[in-house]
Design a protein around this ligand. Structure first.
Ligand code: F6R
Length: 604
């Protein structure tokens, strides 16, 4: 859950580490620190956000160092528990992301040998263990230490006796090398060093690397050297910055006309009337799929629920959607089932564990993710990138709409393979996809109106969201977005379920957001609005712009374009995102970094 950076080269390491940590803050932000080698380890760490910590940072000099921004797992939020951690002789510095499961046993053994511990973290155990194994070669010491460790990690290590190298290693936590000229980087995310280089080398699970300013060496888990090619990252640095918006979340909401375009680019052909994925995905889909399991967490889970609706409607194949944290222990695994993991980061621990369970049970696995080179892409049979660019705001926005669209394209592809769709119907969907960026832009142009309605919600104690069919998972997502960034209690319900209990909570101060589409459930939704209003709440309807009746029933109406058909879930999502954003903004909440949350949940 933490952000890691290591730098070795010719520039001022302090400046680079602080700048990179700022970019990594979204991975965790309760404390941070750096250790720079200038003959000795110059260590500074504290609790708080990087901007605060930066103010008190001594003027360390040096061109090699490591840094860390933390989201506490082992040990409370204290200065002592912040990273980096030093070994007892103060020569070795370590930053770590992950959890060492046998750390208590390791610590007890090290204590018996005389090692002194200053923190409650599992990371300090790694630093001491490396010192305990050190005989003049850092990589050998790291290799031996990691053999004793159970759990998962990405670590970056320096040693004052060898100030010309940084050693990194990973197992189930991300770590990537940034390649420069006479300088190199190691980080948990590409965004950390994207300002300096877009050349990267990915590490696989179990691998260890040694970087100097001139050289990169990689070893597999048996300590055998391996050659690995460089990749070029196409992300632009400005993609990872706010581009003038007050918050990353708002920028990312406004990115959506473009990200919608990116996700379909190269995958739909209007001329040939087909849907195309990479070869591995195509082979997987041609294999004769009889059932699908979608596994995911949080917002990605809601994308999965939308995917179920789309796949079942377009292909007739049954889809089971399960929370990764449940599937990994209780899910039914059927070898003939395709398991699709939906994960923006590709690093969510529960989803990775569920994916591994699926693989071990003989299922074919496919990952939908935004992060090329992420762990999920490495352990699955095939993957599809959502191509949304970096998402910095903790609340998922553009990656959610891209996940829905990938699942929609998959549904179309499977229906083509299974001969379930005619050329005309497919063409209709292709045209709707191409129209989508314009429809999203239409919603963005309503931002002011949505902000006006947000002012009606900003003092509510509780807000309900209801809908049927596709609009039910959208209600769940609308409620999640509102609660996570505005801290207002919110719940999403299938509209037909309100009367089975939740009605008891409805009062004049419980606004209800109702998502209404002009489909077979329209009359039922209008009846539901009547039932809600009879109990006092104000009703905000999200409805088609061609719906001329809705004004008579709802107190406020937010329209979306009628022409999006099945894909109306995308413009509706954008309304829900803007609503949550404006409520949180009016309440002056920490929108990009909501309390207690971090972007990528690499703990159980
Ligand atoms: C909410 C949000 C989370 C994530 C969840 C899964 O806005 O972002 O609920 O969707 O933590 O993350 P990924 O998709 O990275 O597996």
């Amino acid at each position: 859950m933490c952000g890691i950076i290591g730098y070795i080269g010719f520039r001022d390491a302090k400046e680079i580490l602080v700048d990179s940590l700022k970019r990594l803050e979204y991975r965790g932000y309760d404390s941070a620190g750096i250790a720079i080698i200038d003959k000795k380890q110059q260590l500074f760490k504290d609790i708080g956000e990087i901007d605060e910590i930066k103010k008190n940072l001594p003027d360390f000099k040096g061109t090699i160092g490591i840094g860390h921004t933390r989201w506490a797992t082992h040990g409370g939020v204290t200065k002592e528990n912040a990273h980096p951690h030093l070994s007892s002789n103060k020569k070795i510095a370590v930053v770590h992301n992950g959890i060492i499961e046998n750390f208590t046993k390791l610590r007890d053994n090290l204590k018996k040998k005389g090692y002194k511990f200053l923190s409650q973290t599992d990371t300090e155990v790694i630093a001491q263990l490396i010192e305990d194994n050190y005989t003049g070669n850092l990589e050998k010491a790291v290799f031996s230490a990691l053999k004793k460790v159970e759990g998962y990690y990405a670590i970056v290590v320096t040693c004052t006796d060898e100030p010309d190298k940084i050693v990194g290693a990973r197992k189930d936590s991300p770590l990537v090398i940034g390649v420069g000229d006479n300088e190199n980087y190691l980080a948990s995310d590409v965004t950390a060093f994207l300002k300096y280089t877009n050349r990267v080398v990915y590490l696989n699970d179990g691998e260890l690397c040694i970087i100097s300013n001139k050289e990169i060496r990689i070893f597999d888990e048996k300590n055998i050297p391996i050659e690995r090619k460089e990749n070029l990252i196409k992300w632009d640095l400005k993609d990872a910055e706010k581009s003038g918006f007050p918050h990353f979340m708002l920028k990312e909401i406004y990115d959506q006309p473009e990200t919608v375009h990116h996700v379909i680019r190269g995958r739909i052909s209007e001329i040939y009337r087909t849907i195309e994925f990479n070869e591995k995905v195509e082979n997987l889909l041609k294999n004769g799929i009889n059932s699908i399991n979608i596994i995911a967490c949080g917002t990605s889970y809601y994308a999965g629920l939308i995917g179920k609706y789309l796949v079942e409607k377009l292909t007739g194949i049954p889809v089971n959607v399960e929370l990764s944290s449940e599937y990994r222990y209780f899910g039914t695994r059927n070898e003939s089932s395709l398991v699709i993991a939906v994960t923006q980061s590709g690093e969510t621990l529960d989803t990775l564990a569920a994916l591994k369970e699926a693989k071990n049970s003989g299922c074919k696995t496919l990952v939908v993710t935004n992060v090329v080179g992420s762990t999920a892409t490495r352990i699955s049979d095939a993957y599809i990138l959502t191509q949304s660019g970096p998402e910095i705001g903790v609340a998922a926005t553009k990656t959610f709409t891209s996940q829905i669209l990938v699942l929609f394209l998959l549904a179309l592809k499977i229906s083509i393979i299974k001969n379930k769709i005619g050329a005309d119907e497919l063409y209709k969907y292709i045209l709707q996809l191409k129209e989508l960026p314009r429809n999203v832009r239409q919603i963005l142009n309503q931002s002011k109106k949505i902000s006006g309605i947000a002012s009606k919600l900003k003092n509510a104690n509780s807000v309900f969201f209801i809908g049927r069919g596709l609009n039910y998972p959208l209600s769940l997502e609308g409620a999640l977005k509102l609660k996570e960034i505005s801290y207002i209690h919110a719940e999403g319900f299938a509209a037909g379920e309100l009367k089975h209990g939740p009605f008891a909570l409805l009062t004049k101060t419980t606004p209800v957001v109702v998502i209404v589409t002009k489909d077979s459930t329209y009359a039922k939704m209008i009846a539901n609005i009547g039932e809600v209003k009879a109990r006092g709440p104000q009703v905000i309807a999200i409805a088609e712009d061609s719906d001329t009746e809705i004004d008579k029933h709802a107190d406020f109406v937010l329209p979306f374009p009628s022409n999006s058909g099945l894909l109306s879930c995308v413009p509706i999502t954008v309304i829900l995102q803007l609503l949550a954003y404006h409520v949180a903004n009016l309440r002056e909440c920490s929108i990009d970094k909501p309390r207690n949350l971090a972007k990528s949940v690499t703990v159980e």
